[in-house]
Design a protein. Structure first.
Length: 462
């Protein structure tokens, strides 16, 4: 059978058919979906919201999100909340306990939550099984959780009901960089070496067998998908951006000193000591101003580092998602030295704002930066990354026309490929491709029954 897994180099090419015809009825399952959240929960909300503009969507999410969702009602988006606080809370507090109540090791939390999450989908099935069986939904799409290790109770039930089940974009599992062995320990990520054991879980395989399509959020996620499921794999970035909120319209003409900004958690894996050391000579020369936005346990150490180097670095603290566009609109550079990043949605927000990204060539961020729209520096030991970051900043400080040209390319790239509307339309194309719609499913099922066609076996799968 010919593989349908898209070439990972063609990240934005999810093939499909035109979206003409009646709006599809989509049951969106997003346990994490919160307009006031960040990372996964914000992705869940924004994706569901965008889908509601091109399809009839019923969002099912966890009860903890409902207050924030009611504060920003979206016309045409129906929402159902399900209480799964016991499962989610149990995973959270056990992870905190294992980590000495100091930080939330993401891999540890994900592994524990994967054990309790099926309770949520069982409740979803209990509430919507009649509608699914009657064909009142054309497709069921689980957006979050986005971890590859989280199994699905719904996938098999939807398959039995003849309703396509889509999962993803899934992402994660990027290995800790070998040049920085201390990072996993600093993040208390002691389960990372055991991640592959997830494949011993029969649910890992049954979920993928039952799914009609598997959306993959990055090159690494594509490489990590077992070959026997490649015909179900479609690459679609997990990240997108509101290009109307993040805009360079109020940006002033670039002149020295340039303004470089970082946004994210202040934790070791973000490489902020690298950024400060790289930027220090340019700050001292008066060619650069550096602002580090975010909160976390590293702040005190980073403030001391800046003081030791005798340079001023602005630490405004945590900034809300609503206020972030104003900060990014003032930035010329988005300096992002993160050493292990799955997605990097904030890179897209910066690019949409006209800030030129400088990222490390590891994980998700380099996949987002177009040729001529930013600088990707080599991964390597600390000395290599510091040198690469400093050289990139110096290059842009010394050539403002190059900076302005890159700014335009970055913005155009995001608007063309990474808006939530574009992502929603790509999803609808995928829904049509897998045969959504009662008429399509009925015709396909009748034809297969008439011809005696059975589902092809997936060689090499458990």
């Amino acid at each position: 059978m010919e593989s349908r897994l898209l070439d990972p180099s063609k990240l934005h090419e999810v093939p499909g058919v035109p979206t003409n015809g009646p709006r599809l009825r989509v049951l969106v399952v997003a346990e994490a979906a919160n307009p006031q959240g960040t990372s996964v929960s914000l992705i869940g909300w924004q994706f569901a919201k965008a889908l509601s503009e091109v399809a009839d969507v019923r969002l099912v999410t966890e009860k903890r999100n409902i207050g924030a969702i009611k504060a920003v009602p979206v016309q045409g988006l129906a929402v159902t909340d399900i209480n799964n606080r016991f499962g989610q809370g149990l995973a959270y507090w056990v992870t905190r306990l294992l980590n000495g109540n100091k930080s939330l090791g993401w891999t540890t939390y994900t592994a524990l939550y994967a054990l309790t999450y099926p309770l949520f989908e069982r409740k979803v099935w209990g509430m919507f099984k009649d509608e699914i069986r009657r064909g009142q939904f054309d497709v069921v799409h689980r957006i979050t959780p986005n971890s590859p290790v989280t199994t699905s109770f719904l996938a098999g039930r939807c398959r039995e009901a003849g309703v396509p089940f889509i999962m993803g974009p899934i992402n994660g599992g990027v290995p800790w960089p070998k040049e920085y062995p201390h990072l996993a320990k600093a993040e208390r990520d002691w389960l990372a070496p055991l991640r592959k054991l997830a494949r011993l879980n029969p649910g890992y395989w049954s979920t993928r067998r039952a799914a009609s399509a598997i959306l993959l959020g990055s090159r690494y996620a594509a490489q990590d998908l077992p070959a026997c499921f490649h015909e179900k794999g479609m690459i679609l970035s997990e990240n997108a951006v509101d290009a109307d909120a993040f805009t360079p319209e109020k940006r002033q003409e670039a002149k020295l000193p340039l303004r470089a900004v970082f946004v994210g958690r202040l934790v070791p894996l973000k490489g902020l000591d690298i950024l400060i050391e790289a930027a220090a000579p340019l700050i001292e020369q008066g060619n650069l101003q550096l602002q580090i936005i975010g909160a976390g346990p590293e702040k005190e150490r980073l403030v001391k580092l800046a003081s030791t180097l005798s340079v001023h670095v602005d630490f405004p603290g945590w900034v809300s998602q609503a206020d972030l566009p104003a900060y990014l609109a003032k930035a010329h550079l988005f300096s992002f030295p993160s050493l292990r990043e799955f997605g990097g949605g904030v890179v897209l927000e910066a690019m949409a704002s006209g800030a030129v990204p400088i990222v490390v060539n590891y994980g998700g961020p380099p996949e987002l930066v177009p040729l001529g729209g930013g600088i990707v520096i080599p991964m390597g030991p600390k000395k290599v990354v510091v040198s690469g970051m400093r050289n990139a900043i110096e290059q842009l400080c010394s050539s403002l026309p190059t900076l302005q040209a890159m700014s335009r390319v970055a913005r155009q790239h995001v608007v063309a490929n990474y808006t939530w509307k574009a992502k929603a339309l790509q999803a609808v194309q995928l829904y049509n491709r897998v045969g959504c719609g009662a008429a399509a499913r009925s015709a396909s099922g009748a034809k297969q029954k008439e011809q005696g066609v059975e589902e092809p076996a997936l060689e090499g799968c458990m």
